[in-house]
Each structure stands twice: as structure tokens, then as C-alpha cells.
Design a protein around this ligand. Sequence first.
Ligand code: GLN
Length: 545
Amino acid sequence: MPNTKYIFFTGGVVSSLGKGIAAASLGVLLKNQGYNVTIQKFDPYLNLDPGTMSPYQHGEVFVTDDGCETDLDLGHYERFIDKSLSRSNNITSGMIYWDVLSKERRGDYLGATVQIVPHITNEIKARITQTLDADPADIVITEIGGTVGDIESLPFIEAIRQFQYDNENDCVHVHLTLVPYLESSGEFKTKPTQHSTKELRAIGIQPDIILCRSHMPIDKEIKRKVAMFCDVKADSVIAAHNAKSIYDVPLILEQQGMDRVVCRKLGLPESKSDLDDWKRFVQNMHDPTNLSINIAIVGKYTNLSDCYLSVVESLKHAAANANCNVDIKWVNSEDLRSDTVASQLNDVDGVLIPGGFGERGIKGKVQAARFARENNIPYLGLCLGMQVAVIDFAQHVCGLTDAMSIEFDPATKHPVIHLMDTQEGVVNKGGTMRLGQYPCNVEPNTKLHGLYQSSLIQERHRHRYEFNNAYRDQFSERGLVFSGVCPDNNLVEVVELADHPFFLACQYHPEFKSRPLKPHPLFYGFVEAAKAFTGSQQALFQTLG
Ligand code: GLN
């Protein structure tokens, strides 16, 4: 293998064009060319990580095996290139400044004036190659968050300019821009792309490839114009028009030979790519031969599916592999009360309660878990979704009417969910939860064991509270099965009900480990149970005539 190769992605014109999906899609193609690829994201904000940001601002917080709270694009990267990444794959300006200032205090720069150039830019450059310590990849793809022209991303752009200067033959720069379509004149406009490229060139970077986001496919003439005015080769203008799903994007880029252009520019040998499995997955997703299931996701951020991004993607992976279509019904937990829950959930084939924090909407979530439990509707609870399932069981099966989590009622008489020992005395909010991968023993002869086919699993976590073991015997006697327990500290990781078609809830986040071609066993089991449920409902209607 020749030198490590580096691909940089910048964005222009507007934000939210899908740089993360574009970078991940190129990763899929290069992996299929036989290369070991890693992808990292540089986020220009000052937070050390997105862990303390509101999901309204930032969408889902993704968690890596090594316990880093990261941008949701890391989830796309992992799902697309089918690889677990680590904390060196998501770097923020905050981390860079923190490290530079710590070095300054230590005296590492004695005698020097510490400046953005070279100290901050050197630190950024070091982070590009440091990803190789954890994962000696052939190709590092680096996405720079934000849009060219933003004040805050300037140090990153300057750092990659220098990096490209130092590694001239080993770098490719992809610039993603918008090519808008004007309804009034019925034509695409290339001027914003020209301006954005000009902006990039003013900072010293000539892009090698222009990726054009557009509403509809752009024609040859538009590509020619972009190539001409942005000074790139004709085959280096690639169209990235709106697709049916994010998983179609690698196929769209492959059709235009983006991987071949990249390999040629990097001097990398090409081998024939084989995307057959990926194509089959996409085909199944769009054209399932089986029935459709309707899944309720009960949460408090119902108008923002980005907040539960990995959950939604995991359902899609499971459904495509189970050859069925999945429709998601977003249910606002604040609308659920004992008198409204039936009308909201009587048309669904499964109820999923994802993770969450804070008291808002908790009572409605307990009602949803209860409704699923009492009506034999498949239930999957994730993190907070396990905690509310436990609260329902305590209140309505064990008769502990005021049972609660101390997160929501610190004075509750029955703290069935309480603070983990390791969290006592923790005052700082950032990065202090139980984070990342931990082992879990799986009890034999349980649903959990049937799904994983393994007695020891590893899953990712992000929580402060846990099941209170003082209630374990009482709950067991009433039929709650503790099917997964962490061997390190006896912490309950999974509960299930034996006398229910599918009622399973875990303290961890399985959604972070689902991949398109390897759906997570819990999501797969849940989707299969929902299929069986909808089948039994249809049979019931037929019998009733
Ligand atoms: N708020 C709960 C806790 O901290 C659940 C966390 C979550 O759902 N990620 O334990």
C-alpha cells in the first residue's frame, strides 16, 4: 500500500446539504474498492462535544464504543462503512482550544506567543493523522462542519490547506454545493456554486471534485458549466440530486464513477466494486414484497426525527431485512393520558419508547408502555424506554402506585429507578454519564438470548440512572424477567415479559450498533413481532367478518 490518502469534504452555499451522507457514501464506494477507510468530522463549535446541547439544536447525540458523545454524522459514517469509530473521529474547536491552552499552561510553548496560526492549525493537522493510531486506515475522509465563509470554520480550512500543501499527491478535496432550480425560469443556476468555489479558492484551496446537490438530476450542460467556471475536470463534477433514501446516495455517486475519479487522482489502483448486497438492501427497502407495519415512536421531540435518528435508521434496517415496509407514527407523549392512549395507539403494530431526559411527557410514556403491555402490542424500550416500562410495572402490576424514577420525583416512596452509585456526587454535566460500551450477560431461555444467540453481549450506554436492585425479587415474583445483567456491577440491562408476545426493554442503546446489512437483533425481533401482530389483527378482522 502506498502512503495513506486523505479526502477532505467542505460545504458551500448553504448548510444542511448532507455533507455527512456524501462523505459516508464515498466511504462505501472506496471500501468496496478494497480500501480500509475511516471517516472523521471536525465541528467548528466551542463545546467539547454535543453532549450538553439540546436535541432541538443538534439532533441526536451519537455514542461511540469508547464512550464519546458525538455528532450524529458519526452514526451515518458507522452505518455506511460498517465500522465502529472512536473519539478521534469527532473533533470540535473546543477540544482543539482546550488542548492548546493546556499545553500553554504546562509550558510546552515557553517563549512563544500562542496563536491561531500555527498553534491551533498545527493541533488540527495533528488530529487528522492521529485517527490512524486507533485505526491504521488506507484512506482518511475528513468532513469539515459548517459552510465555507463561516468565521468559525476558518482555522480548519487553513489547516487542511496546509495539510494539502504538505501532502500534495495524497489529498483530494471535495466541495459540496447547492445548484438551485428556479421554477420561474425553469433552469438550474450554477452561480452560487461558482461563488462558493471562488470563496474556497480565496482561502487557497482549489477543489478537485465538485459535488452538486440539486432537487433533480442536473444535465451534462450544467456539469460542463460548473467544470469550466470552477476549474475542475468534466468528470469531476458529480451530481448528487435528491434521492429516495440516504442509502441510494452511494449508488448515485457510483453511477457517475466518483470512486474511480478519486482513485485516479490519488494514484490508487482500482478494483471492480461489488455493491450487490447494498443494492439488494436498497431494493428491499423501496419495494418490500411483504406487508407494512405501523410503529409508534413515543417521545417528546415528535416534530424532529433527527432527535431519534439512529432509532429510525435501525427500524429501516430491520424492516428491509425482514422484507416489510415500516411506517412511523410520531406520538407526542404529552398528549397521552389514560383516557387518550387507546385512541392514539390502537392502530399501531408496535410501540417504541426511545431514550430521553427530564420529566416532561413521562406520565404519557408510562401510559404507552402500559397500553402495549396490557394489549399484547410489541414493545421495545430503549434506555428511558426501559425505565418507564419498569415504572409502569411497579405502579400497575406490583401495586406501588407512587413508584417513580428519582430523576423525575426525588422524594418518591418507591424509587424503582435510582441514581447509579458511580454518579453520586457528580456535579459536572459534560461527559460524566455512564458512557460507551459495557458487557452484559444474557440469561439462557429468554427472548433476549433467542434474539442474540449469545450469552455475552457488548452494547453502548448513555445514562445516569438504573434499575433499583432492591425491587428485583418483588418484580420477578410478578413476572418481570431480568434477562440481561452487567457482570461488572450487577446492573440490570434488560427486562422482558415472558407472557407477552414481545415486551423487551434495555438500559442500553442498541440503535447505535445497527447497520443496513446487519440489522440489530433487538430491532429485527421487534419488527418480526410487529409483523406477526399485524397479521394476527388482520386474521381477527376476517374472523369477525
Ligand atoms: N434519563 C435517563 C438516565 O439518565 C435515561 C437516559 C437515556 O434515555 N439516554 O438514566
